[in-house]
Every structure is written in C-alpha cells, then in structure tokens.
Design a protein around this ligand. Structure first.
Ligand SMILES: *Cc1c(COP(=O)(O)O)cnc(C)c1O
Length: 420
C-alpha cells in the first residue's frame, strides 16, 4: 500500500502532481511519500504489539536524513553497518541505546565511535572482531554489549547476492563455532553478552525461513543457558521481509510477525527487528524523463535520463521495477528496453517491457525504488547524484539537493609535480 496514485491520468504523490515537482526540480529525482513511510513503520510496530520488541530501521536501505528523522521521531531504533551510518543516525536524533551495529568489517575507528556513543549492541561476525572490541572497550574504559551473529544455514530462497544465512556466505558464524564464541565472550572483561543476532537475507517472500531461523536461534539460546549459564536478553532476527515489486506475494506483516510471536511468548527476551526494504521500498519512486526513442535491429529502446549510476538494482540483481507514465496517454503499447545514458550494456532500468508509447520529454516513474535506490547511486560517468524530494499532503521539500558539477571535483587536488 502506498500513496502514489492516478487522478485523472496524472500520477500524484499524496496531493502533489509528480509533474509539478519535475518541472520545479528537474529530472531525474527520487520522490518519497511521508504518509507511506509513516504508515509502513506504524503497521510494522503494531504487528509486534504484545511482545517486548524494538524495531531498528536498517539504515542502509535509505539514509536520507529526513527519513531517518521521521523514523527516529516515531520511536524507531536504527541498525547501522558503518561509522557513517552512526553519524547520520546521531544527526537524525536516534538515541544511542536504540542503535545496533551489524557488519562483517568494522574498523577500529568505527568501533571506538560506537563505544563512545554507548550503542545498545554490537552484532559480532567473527572471533577476531570480538577480541578487538574487548580490547578497544578496555582502552576506552567501557563494556561493550554484544550479540553474536549466527548463521542458521537457512535458505531464504532469494537472489544469491542478497542471501546471507547460508554456510557459503561471509556473514555470521555457524552454530557450533558460535557456542565457542560465546564461551570466549563470556570470559572477556570488557564484554557483556546480551544477545543472539541473525539476518538470513533480503527480499524474502515466505514466512518459513524466518520460522526456521528462529527455531535455530532459540535452541542456541537454551544451550547457552544450560551449558554456560548465559542469560540472553535480546534476540535480533534481522530484516529481510520482501515487498511486491511485480508479482511477488510476501507474507503480510501479521503473518510475518506470527512467525516470531508464538515462539517467543513464553520467553523472557526482547525481540529486535531490522526491517529496511519493507519500510521504505514502496514509499519511493525515481522520476526520469524520456530523451529519445530508438529502433534497434530487433529491439525498441526508450532512452531516459536516469541510468544504472542512479538506480543500480536492475543491473546488479536483475531486479524488476514497474515503470509507469507520469501522465497516462491514450496510446498504443510497445515492447521496449528502458535504458540510461551510461556507456555500459548493463545500463538498463527495464528489459522487454510492455509500455505506453512515450516520446522525448515524457516523464516515467520507476516504482518501488525507496530502498537501495539513492543509497547505491554513484557518480559514474561524472553524473551528479540526483535530487531527493519528500511530499507530505500538498507540500513538497527537496530533502537532498541535486549535486552540481563543482561537487563532482570537490576534494580533488592537483599534485605540484604535474607542473615540473
Ligand atoms: C541489509 C540488512 C538488513 C535489512 O534488510 P532488508 O531486506 O532491507 O529488510 C537488516 N539487517 C542487516 C544485518 C542487514 O545487512
């Protein structure tokens, strides 16, 4: 459910015609709906009512400050994977005791910053990391609260690049090694073991894998108690719930929550969830303008002003995004590839898509691009990163300025020896 709808053949974001914003800010740009973001977060939080829980938005899905601020103000926590995300999260007003820190490659400076901030929990991904964090915490005179990210070897049945809970993935520690990790952790002076963490992948469209993962985490929790007397206070089940891009039918929030609720009812633990995509994915679109039509040998191409540097998902994951005209025209349809201006054959937004006949100047909306859209964009081919806009009711605001050419060379410096 989202607030991008047609009124008399015009695409609106809430009460603002998308065309109006395009005329004012130029294209391409990302457009976010405040009502959709708010609604998704609220529905997610409500699905877990009845058990002790903390929803930590997975920042990497969309780190725009306006979105972070909106979520922080709605009682949400934050799941970060870098020092930069910690910085953004603090700027947006997230309380440190609602921040969890995941990721396989935390650097010393990032660990120190998180320790100083006093975050809720580090999700550890290796024994090396555990030892380093103990050392750093000692040096800073703190105790680091930790969970170990376990790898339950559950197949989330999603794209291989976004499945993370299999033995062959770089993430987490398998259960047997995790037990040894907990044994070690519980003896370290500057470590306080408080949780078990697990994140099995992304864009998961069935409840089964979550149930299986929880079963595995629960039995680990029981073993930790009985074998080592470790009391686990937090079970972090990560994110990963999928959304509808095309014909997927992911479980509803209620069904998803049910995978955890029954099983946790009788346990004295707090559940942490790290949703990313499901909160922001359908709350954003990418608006692009058609530049040219081109008839290839055996293909039609629609060339638009947004490319793989602006939206990488189609290229990286072969991801499907619906593409809709911003103004619906009474035209025939053609099958075409929607491609960008980048000098790569992988630069496409859609392949063999049945689309209304559009011509140069028309606007297209690439739907469901609120997650892993802008955050994965780059300056490849010296293309300034696009603007981001947020709508609330009949108002809109540019929440990130389009980069300028001057931004492109900011920080570059010519060595004096070039003049030798
Ligand atoms: C990416 C990620 C998430 C969020 O995943 P979604 O599929 O966007 O919900 C949560 N936790 C961790 C550790 C992640 O890496």
């Amino acid at each position: 459910m989202h607030h991008f709808t047609y009124r008399e053949n015009q695409l609106y974001c809430e009460d603002v015609p998308v065309q109006t914003i395009a005329a004012a800010v130029g294209t391409p740009f990302y457009l976010y709906s405040h009502a959709t973001l708010t609604r998704h977060l609220k529905a997610f939080q409500e699905a877990f009512e009845g058990i002790d829980h903390l929803v930590c938005f997975s920042a990497k899905a969309n780190t725009n400050l306006a979105i972070l601020k909106l979520f922080a103000a709605s009682g949400c926590g934050l799941d970060i994977v870098s020092g930069g995300e910690l910085y953004r999260g603090r700027q947006a007003g997230f309380a440190p005791d609602r921040i969890v820190y995941s990721g396989v490659g935390k650097r010393i400076d990032e660990i120190d910053d998180a320790l100083k901030a006093g975050i809720l929990m580090f999700n550890l991904e290796s024994v090396d990391e555990l030892k380093l964090i103990d050392q750093r915490a000692g040096r800073l005179n703190r105790r680091a609260r930790v969970a170990i990210r376990v790898n339950p070897d559950v197949d989330p049945k999603t794209h291989p690049y976004i499945s993370t809970g299999l033995k062959k993935n770089k993430f987490g520690i398998d259960t047997e090694a995790a037990i040894e990790g907990y044994r070690l952790a519980s003896g370290l002076e500057h470590i306080e073991v408080i949780g078990i963490d697990c994140h099995i992948g992304s864009q998961i469209t069935e409840a089964g894998p979550f149930e299986d993962a929880l079963k595995s985490v629960k039995s680990l929790m029981i073993r930790l108690k009985s074998e080592m007397g470790i009391d686990i206070k937090y079970i972090d089940m990560g994110g990963g719930l999928g959304i509808t891009y095309g014909d997927e039918s992911p479980p509803s929030l209620k069904e998803y929550a049910k995978a955890f609720l029954k099983s946790l009812e009788d346990m004295a633990v707090s559940l942490i969830l790290e949703p990313g995509r499901v909160l922001v994915g359908n709350a954003g679109i990418l608006v692009t303008r058609v530049l040219y039509n081109k008839a290839g040998q055996d293909k039609q191409f629609i060339i638009v002003d947004a490319g793989m540097n602006d939206l990488l998902r189609p290229t990286l994951y072969n991801a499907f995004h619906a593409i809709e005209p911003v103004v619906r025209l009474d035209t025939s349809f053609t099958v075409a590839d929607v491609v960008g201006p980048i000098c790569e054959s992988g630069d496409f937004l859609a392949l063999d898509r049945n689309l209304a006949d559009v011509t140069g100047g028309d606007l297209l909306a690439v739907m469901s691009t609120g997650a892993y859209g802008f955050v994965m964009s780059s300056n490849y081919c010296s293309r300034p990163r696009v603007a981001e806009v947020m709508v609330k009711n009949d108002q809109y605001h540019v929440v990130k300025q389009r980069e300028t050419y001057a931004d492109l060379i900011r920080g570059e410096s010519l060595p004096p020896f070039l003049d030798d």
